[in-house]
Design a protein around this ligand. Structure first.
Ligand SMILES: *[C@@H]1O[C@H](CO)[C@@H](O)[C@H](O)[C@H]1NC(C)=O
Ligand SMILES: *[C@@H]1O[C@H](CO)[C@@H](O)[C@H](O)[C@H]1NC(C)=O
Ligand SMILES: *[C@@H]1O[C@H](CO)[C@@H](O)[C@H](O)[C@H]1NC(C)=O
Ligand SMILES: *[C@@H]1O[C@H](CO)[C@@H](O)[C@H](O)[C@H]1NC(C)=O
Ligand SMILES: *[C@@H]1O[C@H](CO)[C@@H](O)[C@H](O)[C@H]1NC(C)=O
Length: 515
């Protein structure tokens, strides 16, 4: 018994109970907002929002940090949504348009929420407030298209969304803060290839402008941890910066800005193939490091030469490279863009012009920062995080016999949140928390928990997602991963379960007997 207690003190064990604060009334904060947005985006009920809904949550009440967010007598929740009844009935005499009915059906199908049963009080739960905001803005967009740029979105917010003391400029100023934050340096590992459109449709000036946006984007990465390269394509690959290079940040940005404009046809296929070749030149040690591989392909429309670019994107996916498609301008073939993104709408972006790209490039930075690094069994990984709100994302394939993760704080204090769900874990969504010391994690069994989460799994999930975050600023942490239950934590936990069961049984029997 003593031994059991001791190991229980030393090790936390996988409990597999999901904490989901997006359904907790009155929850607030960035992680909660991100969890809500991730789930709604992933459901694909609504088209891409150009980051508008997140910006609204920050403008309205700083992700709920404003103290009056959950004031008595008001149930707008994190998104300050005042027109809840319109999300149920958008036509006079309590009737519903076909568009709204489709939205309700899609919400029911993907999230299991019967929207007609929702009441205004439910909006205290962040997911419900977020859904209301999304439904209302979709309904308004039927009549009033919303621009993707910050100024246009700000006017739209002022005129249509905000019912309380809207001030011109509020949205713009708050969004600017978010943009600065999203472009803050990121010290994580990543291999990134930029694939740039140099076709004649683009035009010299727009080409230079988009190179400038890319130079700003690469400034986010720490070149000691990140490899960044570039290819320019037109009828063929005309210029490149190798993925393995030892350029300083300034030199890299300078070479991006000074690549020549080829001004010919658009052979996107050739561009993607050129970038795949660059990934193959990486040294073996780097290939083995588990660093995420990302290729961002810019295009201002349909390809006009070469094979179908979707085929090249499939080849990239087979080589373990994630492709992100960025369409620029109004001649975008959406289906082709989606194929270039290997049918993952989370990696498909659009913007009106090469000039608005400057502002929208932040979305690539957001995506790149959250791509998980793959952890290897029997290896260690060291992570340094300077910023207080910096996070690092990891993926671990947990074998049948489980895995033991040892976390050692070399500096400061870092926590890890983990799940086996496809949603990225954070303080708002996790099955367990890693703190200093050993944690044994066993793969989940199929059961009520997975059925409840409306997954359609025939095999239990094996991939664990882990997010590391410092408790305060300036942290250095090391993770060791070992196969199986190295220190007997699982055994202790199993014993604990039995003890707990016996104790509860005794309690129940005693209670019954006493009656
Ligand atoms: C919607 O709610 C508001 C206030 O909560 C109310 O004044 C209005 O009449 C309601 N509209 C409908 C169509 O029910
Ligand atoms: C937005 O920021 C500008 C510049 O800092 C400032 O002059 C303006 O008053 C701000 N507007 C609002 C509505 O806060
Ligand atoms: C690009 O090519 C077109 C003809 O195809 C020509 O009119 C234009 O001046 C060229 N632009 C540049 C910047 O070379
Ligand atoms: C793009 O090209 C494909 C095939 O070449 C064609 O079927 C499609 O209609 C084009 N789309 C646009 C928007 O031009
Ligand atoms: C669940 O799985 C079955 C059989 O594999 C499939 O036919 C069905 O479409 C799946 N449902 C969803 C919602 O993915």
């Amino acid at each position: 018994m003593y031994e059991t207690l001791l190991s229980l003190l030393l090790c936390t064990s996988a409990s597999g109970v999901l904490v989901d604060r997006s359904l907790e009334a009155g929850a607030r904060g960035r992680d909660v907002v991100d969890t809500v947005l991730y789930r709604i985006r992933r459901s694909r009920v609504f088209p891409d929002d150009d980051d508008f809904i997140r910006r609204v949550a920050y403008t309205e009440n700083m992700f709920g940090e404003d103290s009056w967010t959950y004031r008595p007598g008001y149930a707008g929740g994190l998104w300050n949504t005042d027109r809840f009844n319109m999300s149920q009935y958008d036509r006079p005499y309590r009737s519903i348009s076909p568009k709204l009915r489709n939205i309700h059906e899609a919400i029911k199908k993907t999230m299991g929420i019967d929207w007609m049963q929702v009441t205004e009080a439910d909006l205290l739960k962040p997911l419900y407030s977020g859904l209301t905001a999304w439904i209302i803005t979709e309904l308004f967009r039927r009549q009033f298209p919303r621009p993707s740029n910050v100024v246009g979105q700000g006017e739209w917010w002022h005129d249509l969304y905000s019912a309380q003391r809207p001030v011109y400029g509020d949205f713009q100023n708050r969004t600017l803060e978010l943009l600065i934050e999203d472009m803050r340096p990121f010290g994580g590992k990543i291999d990134l290839m930029l694939v740039v459109d140099g076709s004649c449709r683009v035009g010299m000036e727009a080409y230079a402008s988009s190179l400038d946006s890319l130079a700003r984007l690469v400034g986010v990465f720490d070149l000691r941890e990140a490899d960044v390269g570039l290819v320019v394509y037109s009828n063929r690959v005309t210029d490149k910066i190798p993925l393995t290079n030892d350029l300083t940040m300034l030199a890299l940005q300078e070479s991006i800005r000074s690549t020549d404009y080829p001004n010919n046809t658009a052979n996107i296929y050739a561009g993607i193939m050129g970038a795949i070749n660059e990934f193959q030149t990486l040294p073996n040690a780097r290939k083995e490091s588990g660093a995420p591989k990302l290729m961002v392909i810019f295009t201002d429309g349909n390809h006009t030469a070469g094979p179908d670019p979707g085929l090249a994107a499939e080849k990239a996916a087979r080589a373990g490279i994630v492709t992100c498609a960025f369409g620029i301008g109004d001649a975008i073939d959406d289906g082709q863009l989606l194929r270039i993104a290997n049918n993952d709408a989370d990696f498909k972006f659009k913007t009106e012009s090469h000039y608005t790209l400057r502002e929208q490039i932040v979305r690539v930075a957001q995506r790149a920062k959250t791509m998980p690094q793959t952890l290897k069994m029997g290896s260690d990984t060291s992570v340094t995080m300077k910023d207080g709100d910096a996070k690092r994302y990891f993926l671990l394939e947990v074998p049948e016999e489980g895995a033991t993760i040892t976390l050692i704080n070399a500096k400061g204090e870092t926590r890890g949140y983990w799940t086996f769900t496809p949603e990225p874990p954070s303080s708002a969504l996790y099955e367990g928390v890693l703190t200093e010391g050993e944690t044994f994690i066993s793969p989940p069994r199929l059961g009520k928990y997975w059925r409840r989460r409306r997954t359609n799994l025939t095999m239990p999930p094996k991939n664990m997602l882990l997010t590391l975050q410092g408790v305060e600023a300036d942290n250095r942490v090391t993770l060791w991963i070992d196969k199986g239950d190295v220190i007997g934590c699982g055994f202790a936990a199993a014993k604990f379960d039995v003890t707990y069961f016996l104790l509860s049984a005794t309690f129940v029997i005693t209670t019954v007997l006493l009656k």
